[in-house]
Write a protein that binds this ligand. Structure first.
Ligand code: ZN
Ligand code: ZN
Length: 255
């Protein structure tokens, strides 16, 4: 990667609503590029996902933060939890707390050879960056999340939904009042990954059956574009149709 230039700015930020910002890593491979959501509350700010951890997200968003900030990993995968070590207050679901504590690159999907390839970087996050030296940094969670926990930001509250399937510790955050769902990799409008070593298709099916009953106005996913209720219900139905067929040979196989 020696012939690549260093990026001027690794992150890009756009305001999508009052008190809601979307941060991305535009020079990173679009298929794995995560959506990082910053929610500014009255008493507390919340950052949902932290990107690869190859540039300082903390510095990038410093100008937007004026209250205590809690960084949350929607799950342990490197494209979401890679940068969480930078933040003083960090939370992850109980099922993946140990993996974060140990900096478990296998669970984070970034052990070599893995999902991190040099041609996925259009420019370098810093001079001398190489994918061979890319590591998933260990950090101690300061808060362990469980199903039903409520994160109260003062003027809005987000409820933790434990939704395993893609990985064991996947969560989404649900704002019951506005019916907004910050969904991580549980549901997005793109190819769903349910055959990773950490995935479980029967769990994914249970998760989607549960999500069918959840009132939704807007989904803010971990990848690709936001979408509303109609597309949400379509994605759920398409997945369940595909995976719930009697004798479906893929059910129960995790590879
Ligand atoms: Zn993932
Ligand atoms: Zn992802």
């Amino acid at each position: 990667m020696t012939n690549k230039k260093v990026c001027d700015s690794w992150f890009a930020t756009q305001q999508v609503d009052e008190g809601l910002y979307l941060i991305t890593e535009p020079y990173y491979y679009s298929y794995n590029r995560a959506n990082l959501w910053l929610i500014k509350g009255r008493d507390q700010d919340l950052l949902i996902d932290t990107g690869l951890g190859v540039a300082s997200l903390r510095q990038h968003i410093a100008g937007l933060i004026d209250k205590p900030l809690l960084a949350i990993a929607s799950h342990i995968h490197f494209d979401h939890a890679g940068g969480i070590y930078e933040f003083e207050e960090r939370a992850i679901h109980a099922a993946e707390a140990q993996a974060l504590r140990e900096g478990d690159a296998h669970e984070a999907l970034c052990s070599q050879p893995g999902w991190v390839h040099s041609d996925h970087f259009e420019c370098l996050p810093y001079s001398g960056f190489t994918v061979e030296e890319y590591t998933f940094n260990a950090s101690e969670p300061t808060q362990i999340l469980q199903e039903g926990d409520v994160l109260d930001l003062g003027d809005r509250a987000l409820e933790v939904l434990h939704l395993p399937g893609h990985s064991a510790g996947c969560i989404a955050l649900y704002d019951r009042r506005s019916q907004a769902l910050f969904s991580g990799d549980v549901i997005y409008d793109g190819e769903l990954l349910d055959k990773l070593h950490c995935s479980n298709i029967p769990d994914y099916i249970n998760t989607y059956q549960r999500l069918q009953k959840l009132p939704i106005d807007m989904v803010y996913p971990g990848h690709y574009q936001t979408f509303g209720k109609d597309r949400y219900l379509e994605i759920l139905a398409e997945y369940l149709d595909r995976r719930r067929q009697p004798g479906c040979p893929e059910i129960g196989i995790n590879q």
